[in-house]
Design a protein around this ligand. Structure first.
Ligand SMILES: [Fe+2]
Length: 297
């Protein structure tokens, strides 16, 4: 597999792999390494059915359907359709999703390991995704700030800390009352060691973090805002431009990302699958299933 860097700091891309046929174990191991090293991995120019895309995504871990279930793909509920296209006056997908820096499922106790998008209809203008490298943002903090935040735990819930106006295009995608009722308050460390690489990263300092355990609200918001301003500076960013058929997989534990708004009349469609961090139980079940399969049981 030939990999090229997407920019100086992070991100890898390749045009030399076709994932419509499942990669061998060895080929997938290479892809997975590239994913953890590159943080953003782009596989250009794929042609995939819903089941081929879902089959590929599943190799990275257990998919978790999005709480917004109105736009699940009819062939596979793990696929969320992101689209501004309307048919007979009705939306065919979720529009304007995630147009602010955040990391996926940070409002859940077991957050997302990876998110993968498959680009189907490209707008004439824009539609890029911005990524911000949270390993680098953490590394660059002063020793005093590292010490201050080392043991702090942030309080998260679904939403965008900087925009809670449900009529805005940069609010978190609006939930129904029933969907809201499913969303708990949960906590994550602000300095979160990456679950696979072990390297420390700032975690979800923009997006779903609304407070800090044991800290007054205004002080917590000020600290989170300071960290978010630091962590999303242009020097930590990568801007990904899509072509038709591109598949991107990104590492939610070491990145923030933001969609960029497009013209609502300029058609754009993507499929998205989000992979949760595998829990010990899920990993044990996977090992058992593989063993049974090998035994032919
Ligand atoms: Fe997102």
């Amino acid at each position: 597999m030939e990999l090229s860097p997407l920019c100086d700091g992070f991100g890898l891309e390749t045009s030399s792999i076709d994932i419509s046929r499942p990669p061998s174990e060895a080929a997938f191991a290479e892809l997975e390494d590239a994913f953890f090293v590159g943080q953003v991995l782009v596989l250009r120019g794929q042609r995939l059915t819903a089941s081929q895309f879902a089959g590929f995504a599943r190799r990275f871990g257990p998919p978790e359907p999005h709480v917004i279930d109105q736009f699940h793909h009819p062939e596979d509920p793990n696929i969320l359709i992101l689209s501004n296209v309307r048919k007979d006056g009705q939306p065919t997908g979720l529009a304007d999703a995630g147009s602010y820096f955040h990391t996926d499922y940070s409002y859940l106790a077991v957050p997302a390991r990876a998110t993968t998008l498959y680009s189907i209809v490209m707008p004439k203008l824009g539609g890029d995704t911005l990524f911000a490298n949270q390993y680098a943002a953490y590394d660059d903090l002063s020793a005093a700030m590292k010490q201050r935040i080392e043991s702090l735990v942030a309080i998260h819930h679904y939403g965008n800390r900087n925009d809670q106006d449900e009529a805005s295009r940069t609010v978190a995608s609006v939930l129904t009352e029933e969907q809201k009722a499913k969303m708990p308050l949960i906590t994550h460390r602000i300095v979160r060691p990456h679950p696979v690489t072990g390297r420390k990263a700032l975690y979800a300092v923009s997006g779903s973090s609304f407070g800090i355990v044991g800290m007054a609200d205004d002080e917590a918001r000020a600290l989170l805002d300071e960290l978010a301003a630091h962590a999303t500076q242009p020097k930590y960013r990568l801007r990904l431009k899509y072509g038709i058929g591109d598949v991107v997989v990104w590492d939610n534990a070491s990145l923030l990302h933001s969609a960029t708004l497009t013209d609502p009349d300029d058609p754009r469609t993507l499929w998205r699958i989000t992979i949760k961090e595998p829990t010990r139980e899920a990993q044990a079940a996977e090992v058992l299933a593989t063993t049974y399969a090998q035994l032919g049981a």
